[in-house]
Design a protein around this ligand. Structure first.
Ligand SMILES: Nc1nc2c(ncn2[C@@H]2O[C@H](COP(=O)(O)OP(=O)(O)OP(=O)(O)O)[C@@H](O)[C@H]2O)c(=O)[nH]1
Length: 953
């Protein structure tokens, strides 16, 4: 059963989505947009609120039924939290138990002493009213079994401890934020799983671990799993101002006033963003006009308020109530409305005005795309945009602000949607709602094997270890080991008489891991960190730790090469404490296993440690009885077999004959093979299979899903391809930068400044990190250093920054080859410094919202007015001769008479050579200029300039 979305609930309550959003935000819910899904408790409280205000229909809907069965799953509403970020903070702000932590919950067949029954904590529907982490559910924390209970213990005892005993003998005092752990949902872009590791202490407060660097374990463990990316945060700040507050609006644009036409509405004093402002909603009557300083601009001016009267009666003073009655208009009324909607011409074009409808535009869309959606001529939009002070071609992709400004001007609520949202919408248009599916899964969940990635420094033995594990398949020995590389394999281990499986991703290293994450796929449940006992912690060991921690993936350490002379496994343990990985024997909760990949020593223990860590830290369950969803791990074009893709099933069961869509590839599963090359008819969750039958080769990290039929699969694939093409055009999308951090912070888009520090020497990196973490930034915002390292900025750094929306601080280092290009195209900001204090100052200023870009005025050119023409249409036209530089249409200008500035802040509104409109005129040529300023005279000089951002020292 699908969750109710904001707009649906708003409709039901007879209010606008925006009003509902405002209410929800003010009551502390993190709801992103009107398409956001709402948890039942939130729905209920909203209904109650609005009923108390004005009793309306609310009960008896299908959702009431939902609520009845709605306590959230253990482990948080994983997928929903992932997908729509903070949307689901509401119902689950109280860090609760994340998962049944014992093997019992996952594999009921196992014997677990007193913990036979799956232990599923239920979220109380009242949790949303208590956004602070409380000790309420700490019982589950306390009973979290320690993986340590396993190692080296007798089976029976180990089991019991494992299932019931607290790790250090003492109950864990505090709750663990129960952020949704998206772990295995390929459709999620963000991670919210609290790490299982760490100090295990309580993590209340909204800024856990922000500045505890240096204390082993505390920084990372305290790092907010939840605050990380999208998961519900304890102590989440309620009521951020929504977008639209002080964003630029058309009215702010220079020259906007000059296109005012007779009959335009007068400007509304104050207010936000013209047509999108809140004014009209709250009853701004006709004629309330535009926002800040918008002088009756074009067809700006609150289309919703100003044009009251359209729609239903209540709409006469705004939109209130109009929506529900809109369907019942007479033809005449409709016609009238249409005529009213037809804006007066602007710049010679007439565009039917919207009435505030929400239009979704994908990132990187162009005017042509918008034109298509609102059914107008693209050229007309080009003209309108031009009059808003921006020039763009019909096919050029535009940024969000431009679209919003344009939407406000045209009377539409234009929403630029992220690729994830877009894909969700796309799937929804095919009646596929992944979020709802997962919610429905709850009662059908069955344990699934963990998916493991092996990471570590070069030559520490990752490949050898994967090889050794491959041959340690103690159950399925008849094949004599896995022979084929398909990108992942599954081994079975006999643990305490139980046959259990683990899936290994067969591409070692964090590069593949991060690259997949960059594509939105999170396949890894657990990372095995390989460290050579004769070598110790090396740069890539640290990188691997950072990457795993950034993804909130628990780590099991394999101390390898213990057969070698000079091997010192204890040294590795103590070294790793500095990185927050504290071995159990040192009082921590990370399992360390000594192995020799070469001599195949300790492999079984390692596999057991993986299973125990999974049991203790993760809720690895999936519904096998549904259509398969998962991720493509590897794909290639095989000469004989065509496109071959290794797909990891994450939920449901994949069958031969299923119609699948993988990213923008599609097809029908003709045959499936396992890692032995054996044909398999069906693949359960966590099973990797090589699939043939796709029409094209997908990319690693593409998510796949089974569609109802071939046609649907093809249509989804086609639409995705079109969306991808469009997204390519929007490559220059900007992520977080230090300069705009304040803005995105205010808009509630982020509350953590993620940094990656790269430097030339480790001392500098450490000093910088240390100083940065000491910055006192208050409680509103967090600083998180997600990765630090020595050496040039690599593709990996940029990938990580892409995933986690981080800024890279480069201290005396430069990007490696082509990396700058990648950063540029991905919109990742790299800030270069050679003085530590400058970096600290900038970061501090960014956090405090004081780091504004510095602009300087750059002269473009000047022209002397030779003659003044009067035109009824254009006002006074200055017949001029360009004396220096160029005169450019749209440039800022000032009028100088006898060396004195008589008018400033003008704009070259139109520029002509002979009879033609031109964009610029160079030195020595004559031209006709209109400035929108009447008092011009022969001999005056028009100086033009533009503001350019100045580089900081
Ligand atoms: N003595 C000993 N040598 C090992 C062991 N494990 C790996 N080696 C050796 O270490 C070297 C590197 O092993 P790999 O498995 O290739 O290491 P890797 O981490 O995959 O290296 P890259 O693929 O380069 O990142 C090889 O020569 C292995 O034979 C071990 O347990 N004991």
């Amino acid at each position: 059963m699908a969750k109710l979305r904001v707009h649906e609930l708003a409709k039901e309550l007879g209010i606008t989505s925006k009003d509902l959003l405002t209410y929800l935000r003010s009551s502390g819910e993190f709801v992103k947009a009107s398409s956001s899904a709402l948890e039942p408790p939130v729905v209920r409280s909203a209904r109650e609120h609005y009923q108390s205000v004005s009793p309306r229909k609310a009960e008896g809907t299908a959702d009431a039924r939902k609520q009845g069965s709605g306590p959230a799953r253990p482990g948080g509403a994983r997928s929903s939290g992932q997908r729509s970020g903070g949307d689901h903070t509401g119902p689950h702000p109280t860090p609760g138990p994340r998962a049944p932590r014992s093997g019992s919950a996952q594999e009921p067949a196992r014997s677990h002493g007193g913990h036979e029954a799956p232990h599923r904590p239920e979220h109380s529907s009242t949790t949303h009213a208590a956004p602070h982490p409380g000790p309420s559910q700490s019982e589950h924390q306390g009973s979290r079994p320690a993986p340590s209970a396993r190692s080296g213990h007798g089976a029976g005892q180990g089991r019991q401890e494992h299932s019931g005993a607290p790790r250090q003998g003492a109950p864990r005092p505090g709750p663990r934020p129960a952020g949704p752990r998206p772990g295995n949902n390929p459709y999620a872009s963000s991670q919210g799983m609290p790490r299982p590791g760490g100090s295990g202490g309580p993590r209340p407060g909204p800024r856990p671990g922000a500045r505890h660097q240096g204390q082993p374990g505390s920084e990372r463990s305290g790092r907010p799993g939840a605050a990380g990316s999208g998961g519900p945060r304890p102590g989440a700040r309620p009521g951020r101002p929504g977008p639209g507050g002080n964003r630029p609006n058309p009215g702010m644009m220079p020259g906007h006033a000059n296109f005012a036409r007779p009959g335009d509405r007068p400007a509304r004093p104050g207010g936000g963003r013209g047509g999108r402002g809140g004014g009209p909603r709250t009853g701004g009557g006709p004629g309330t006009g535009v926002g800040t300083g918008a002088p009756a601009g074009g067809f700006g001016g609150g289309p919703r308020g100003g044009r009251g009267g359209r729609g239903s009666t209540p709409g006469a003073f705004g939109r209130g109530g109009g929506r529900s009655q809109r369907g019942r208009k007479s033809k005449r009324a409709k016609r009238q409305e249409f005529e009213q909607q037809s804006a007066p011409t602007i710049g010679g074009v007439s565009i039917p005005r919207g009435n505030g409808q929400e239009i979704h535009i994908r990132q990187g869309a162009s005017l042509a795309d918008l034109a298509d959606k609102i059914n107008v001529n693209p050229a007309a939009l080009v003209t309108v945009l031009f009059h808003l002070g921006e020039m763009a071609t019909a096919t050029q992709s535009l940024d969000q602000d431009t679209f919003e400004a344009l939407g406000a001007e045209l009377g539409y609520d234009l929403k630029v949607v992220s690729p994830e949202d877009e894909d969700r919408e796309l799937l929804e248009s095919f009646d596929i709602d992944l979020e709802a599916e997962e919610a429905d899964d709850e009662e059908h969940l069955k344990a699934r094997p963990p998916v493991v990635t092996v990471m570590g420094h070069v030559d520490h033995g990752k490949t050898k270890l994967l090889d050794a594990i491959r041959h340690t398949d103690v159950v399925d020995t008849e094949h004599g080991g896995i022979t084929q590389h398909i990108g992942a394999y599954q081994v079975r281990v006999d643990v305490d008489g139980q046959d259990r499986a683990i899936t290994f991703i067969d591409t070692p290293g964090h590069e593949a891991f991060t690259a997949m994450r960059a594509r939105g796929a999170q396949v890894t449940d657990i990372a095995v960190l390989v460290v050579a006992a004769d070598d110790g912690v090396m740069p890539q060991t640290v990188e691997a730790i950072n990457h795993a921690q950034a993804a909130d993936v628990p780590i099991v350490v394999a101390v390898n090469k213990i057969d070698k002379e000079g091997a010192n496994p204890q040294k590795i343990r103590s070294q790793l404490t500095e990185y927050g990985l504290v071995a159990e024997e040192y009082g921590g909760d990370v399992m360390f296993v000594d192995v020799s990949a070469k001599q195949r020593i300790g492999i079984k223990e390692l596999l057991e440690a993986v299973l125990l860590t999974a049991d203790a830290a993760l809720d690895l369950r999936a519904n096998p009885d549904t259509d398969a969803r998962g991720v493509a791990i590897e794909a290639n074009l095989d000469r004989g077999r065509g496109a071959v893709a290794t797909m990891l099933v994450q939920r449901g069961t994949l069958h031969v004959g299923d119609a699948v869509v993988v990213g923008s590839a599609h097809g029908r599963v003709r045959a499936m093979f396992d890692e032995y090359g054996k044909e398999v008819p069906a693949a359960l969750p966590s099973r990797p299979v090589q699939v043939i039958g796709l029409t094209s080769v997908p990319r690693a990290g593409d998510s796949f899903l089974v569609a109802s039929d071939d046609r649907t699969a093809r249509q989804i694939a086609d639409k995705r391809e079109a969306a991808e093409r469009a997204a390519l055009l929007a490559k220059r999308r900007k992520r977080v930068s230090l300069e705009d951090f304040d803005k995105v912070l205010k808009e509630g888009e982020v509350d953590t400044l993620n940094l990656i520090i790269k430097g030339d020497v480790s001392g500098a990196v450490e000093a910088l990190e240390d100083s940065l973490l000491r910055i006192d930034v208050g409680d509103e915002v967090q600083l998180r250093i997600i990765h630090r390292g020595v050496g040039a900025i690599t593709q990996n750094d940029v990938n990580l920054a892409t995933v986690d929306n981080a800024v890279i601080i480069a201290f005396n280092v430069r990007p490696a080859e082509r990396v700058a290009e990648l950063a540029e195209s991905e919109g990742v900001e790299i800030k270069y410094y050679n003085v530590i204090y400058a970096a600290i100052d900038d970061v501090e200023a960014a956090l405090k919202g004081m780091l504004k870009p510095i602009y300087e005025e750059v002269a473009l050119g000047s022209a002397e007015i030779r003659q003044v023409f009067h035109s009824g249409k254009f006002g006074n036209i200055a017949g001029s001769l360009v004396r220096s530089g160029v005169i450019r249409r749209g440039a800022k200008a000032r009028l100088v008479r006898d060396g004195v500035v008589v008018a400033d802040n003008l704009e070259i509104q139109s520029l002509r050579r002979e009879k033609d409109d031109v964009t610029e005129v160079r030195e020595g040529y004559e031209c006709g200029i209109t400035l929108g300023y009447k008092d011009i005279a022969e001999g005056d000089v028009v100086e033009t300039w533009e503001m350019r951002e100045k580089a900081r020292d």
